[in-house]
Design a protein around this ligand. Structure first.
Ligand code: NAD
Length: 271
């Protein structure tokens, strides 16, 4: 017997931050493929964002492009206002925008610390807060979705794996974990589901140095028991599931999509 519920997102509206490339772009396309109308947010790469919109439209979907920096409160409000203006009620947020400013901790500048925390953690909080406000103001429509609203925070395996030379990034992802769980606890009773996806190593521009040459990829694969570097679609598939009624009893969860990177691969052969 098949489930009464499906991956179908027809009639729903999704905002995906940082959707001009990488995981955000793949997630926007996958959500549109599942029937959602999608707001493709970007910060600097307007061309990339429009390429994603065009691909969605060519496939018969609906999308708009809105450029805002998610670290700025008034710009996040603008992002939601533009989406509502174009498509009406918002049902799904994928808080995905993120960046790295790497460096040894003893020389890391305050500016690089703040930039990463501002975008990766505060930016996600601002987007989550705006989505929660929007969901609460609208009220539940069970014919559209069982939940009042769904939020997916893009975290990382580095919410649990410490990462030398990346203290700002790892701290931001550790922060996302407790922000997500706290919000999930606080709003579950009002029908909002909030979860995180923790990607391992996925081929996107953010980590090109780690997989861009055969030598680098071979070294990286030693950290991945499943034996391959991930593709953006591996994450986008999880995004669609978490956004759909198929995952309706899932909230406050961190879904590791990492080919086993968090399984301590160094211990595979007796440690
Ligand atoms: P990416 O560099 O392709 O995408 C990052 C996106 O965020 C870009 O579209 C960028 O424009 C956007 N962005 C950056 N600053 C922004 C801002 N201030 N406002 C709005 N948008 C902004 O890299 P990606 O791998 O697709 O990263 C997406 C998310 O996935 C990030 O949160 C990253 O930490 C996370 N992640 C990626 C990997 C991986 O292996 N690729 C692993 C774990 C987590």
């Amino acid at each position: 017997m098949t489930s009464r519920f499906t991956l179908d997102l027809t009639g729903q509206v999704a905002i995906v931050t940082g959707a001009s490339s990488g995981l955000g772009a793949a997630s926007a396309k996958a959500l549109a493929g599942a029937g959602a109308r999608v707001c493709v947010n970007y910060h600097r790469d307007e061309h990339g964002a429009h390429a994603v919109r065009e691909e969605i439209e060519r496939a018969g979907g609906k999308a708009i492009v809105v450029g805002v920096n998610v670290a700025h409160e008034d710009r996040v409000e603008h992002l939601f206002a533009k989406t509502k203006e174009a498509f009406g009620d918002v049902h799904i947020l994928v808080a995905n925008a993120g960046l790295q400013k790497d460096g040894a901790s003893d020389t890391l500048s305050l500016k690089d610390w703040n930039t990463v925390l501002d975008v990766n953690l505060t930016g996600q909080f601002l987007c989550c807060r705006e989505a929660i406000r929007e969901f609460l103001a609208r009220g539940r429509k069970p014919e559209v979705s069982r939940a009042l609203g769904k939020i997916i925070c893009m975290s990382s395996v580095h919410q649990v794996i410490p990462w030398g030379g990346h203290v700002n990034y790892a701290t931001s992802k550790g922060g996302i974990m407790l922000m997500m769980k706290t919000l999930a606890q606080e709003y579950a009773g009002r029908g909002i589901r909030i979860n995180a996806i923790c990607p391992g190593a996925i081929k996107t521009p953010i980590n090109h140095d780690a997989w861009g040459t055969p030598d680098a990829e071979t070294k990286l694969k030693k950290l991945i028991p499943y034996g391959r570097v991930g593709d953006p679609e591996d994450i986008a598939n999880a995004v669609v599931w978490l956004a759909s009624d198929l995952s309706d009893y899932v909230t406050g969860a961190s879904l590791f999509v990492d080919g086993g990177m968090t399984l301590y691969p160094g211990f595979e052969d007796n440690g």
